[in-house]
Design a protein around this ligand. Sequence first.
Ligand code: FEO
Length: 403
Amino acid sequence: MYFCTEITNTITWIGVNDRKTERFENYLPLPNGVTYNSYFISDEKTCVIDAVEMGSTSTFLDKVVECLAGRKLDYIVVNHVEPDHSSGLKEVIRLFPEIKIVGNIKTLGMLQAFSPDFPVENFVTVKEGDILELGIHKLTFAMVPMVHWPESMITYDLTDKILFSNDIFGSFGTLDGGIFDDQVNFEFYQNEMRRYYSNIVGKYGPQALNALKKLSGLEIRFICPSHGLMWRKDISKVISLYETWAKLEPEIEGVVIVYGSMYGNTAKMAEIIGRKLNCCGIKEIKIYDASKTDLSFIITEIWKYKGLFIGSCAHNNSVYPKIEPLLHKLENYGLKNRYIGIFGSMMWSGGGVRGIQAFADNLKGIEIVGESVEVKGTPKTEDITRLEKVAEEMAAKLISDRI
Ligand code: FEO
């Protein structure tokens, strides 16, 4: 046996840690890796819940074969067709050509779109509330469209009260020894889970809330997502966190200051704002240079804190190229429940501050704090006063929210 990964005496984690892939979906950095979780159910019928990404198939199939111990694999449930879960399916079908592949009607269309030679005759279509009998275990299914794709569904084991939640409750980060919430320091996974949520699912908060509503009546002993930690001790904690993120509510008091700066002037302004915020009693302040830090890390911090300053120098009468994608993402995600401050430098016609202002004016549910501070060249004494004033105003708003 690879190592002890039993969830119960009949259900085993057979996922794979991927420490090789540089970028998830080919754009999100994976400094801490990622897992593709999969689960084996041993019963009168054998069943795997979700496959893994193609590059990890060899290890995954070794585990499947080991769990089968000479039996055949009867079913694989495809909760979600995105290739991090389904691209390994081809190899599963090659090894077990008689396998029944379980999904909903949208699943089938997507599998065929990715693989024109997909064996339709092996497909078993399920809909909301259907039950798949494996023997002692009875699996039922619920549709959770757009968390993360239109065909996304979750599987619930009525016997052991296990929720196979796919992308919901998933996180980046490999499982380095511990696999359950009570076996690790959660702080690391909380950040990686928020980064997964905010960057992958973030646009679909209302749909995520609908999914949580479906779960609210269920007795859940284990949550087994398709990435990262499994949950058995503090299940209400992870559900509550997810609800906070789906509502786009900040977790704690604090401010993200993100800037784009060509010659260091906008960077200086960020430092002045940060120092003043701290002098006003704000302890959690994160300053990021958007030219260096990948946006996915900045976005997860924006999800965490209520305060946000965005700074940009002018570039071709517009926003700096490294800030532009951030604005696009936040607009696309419908950022709300935040205080936003705006600053930046210019030399002749400006454009950086003007562009951020236009972005913020378009957002519903945010509050622009104080004056948008634009400085010609480097900040002078009077500019520093203006920056400090807007920082004071941000701090006052955050502090008044404490009560
Ligand atoms: Fe983990 Fe939407 O795939």
